[in-house]
Design a protein. Structure first.
Length: 64
């Protein structure tokens, strides 16, 4: 699990950051509100996934 967490946690955090920046950029640019809303929904889903991965990594490193 240690190798998986080293690879997946930074990837998940980077994905959250990228979607957040894209969503804010679309919102500030004044383009389609629907597109910005969809990006923010994806951000919430990715953020939940990243938090779950971090919690799983902490849990499994504490066990071993």
């Amino acid at each position: 699990m240690d190798t998986v967490s080293v690879a997946l946690v930074p990837l998940a955090v980077a994905a959250v950051g990228l979607v957040l920046v894209l969503g804010l950029w679309h919102m500030l640019r004044g383009s389609s509100a629907n597109r910005s809303q969809n990006l923010m929904r994806w951000r919430v889903i990715l953020q939940f996934t990243a938090v779950c991965l971090v919690m799983a990594a902490i849990y499994f490193t504490q066990k071993g």
